[in-house]
Ligand binder design. Sequence first.
Ligand code: 2P0
Length: 326
Amino acid sequence: MPKSSATAVAHPNIALIKYWGKREQASNLPAVGSLSITLDALRTRTTVSFDSSLAADRLILNGAAAPAEQPRLISCLNALRALAGSQDSALVESVNDFPTGAGLASSASGYAALAVAGAAALGLDPRDPRLEEVARIGSGSAPRSLFGGFVLLNNTPSGTHCSCLQPPQDWPLQVVVAVTSEAGKAVSSRDGMTDSQHTSPYYPAWVETHEADLSQAQAFIAQRDFLGLAELAEHNCLKMHAVMLTTRPALVYWSPVTLACMQKVQELRAAGIPVFFTIDAGPQLKAVCLPEAADEVAAALAAVPGVLRLIPGGLGEGARVIPADG
Ligand code: 2P0
């Protein structure tokens, strides 16, 4: 086949009901379902070029070779090639407009963009539902970034299946990301969750109580019950961090600034401002709020000592093909 390429963009997503732990390593099946919102303010742009003259797959991430990502990249590309009946190697050029590997879900947007661009380059339908599995092989949270707005990842006996619960415009929540460090994380999510599974005494309780959180969150979203969702999302986030903290060796993803931001968000909510926090495998805090509270939340977080910068935004669309010069 001659060289064929396509470009896609995808946004990171943040889980309100989180994924931590796997039931199967080889195809990266999660132990629990999850529920996320896709963000519009952060963006990954990826071009995939299949070329029969290339000797091997190659990744250029933010302008540099990224050998540590190579095994996951090759697994994803192999899944795409199997769908399309192709043998060609690929050059993948991917750029994030935000810190990579720092708790801002760069692997979610990265592997969603890769799946969509790679599919388009191979002549597959970029909305083919089988791309969920391709993206999941790269990162368990990536299939959620194929969709926009509120997204449910259902963990079924045969695999996973994502669906959009509500598009962004139906409940246009705002998200203010407080960046407290631009450094990459010391322990990857993949290694961290495997350690948690094997060593945290709280891990079984995390899995057992997860389904109830997922169904309650769906009900709160359907009813647009912000305060119900706020309390539940913070509880689910802290439950995941309790598992992380009780992992051996301990996974402490927070910094003192993260904790100061958490307290600020709880103070704001106690004062009647509709906002809650969520935190992933990194020290950034994501404050989710109703649109009318966004300016006040941003001002309060900007004033927390140690916050480096804020990334404000709304809910975004799913991964999509764009023109090569887009
Ligand atoms: C989530 N995280 O639901 C959770 C919350 C981080 C904390 O999904 O091993 O990079 O590639 O499937 O998807 C980050 O984990 O892990 C993640 P792998 P991934 O968003």
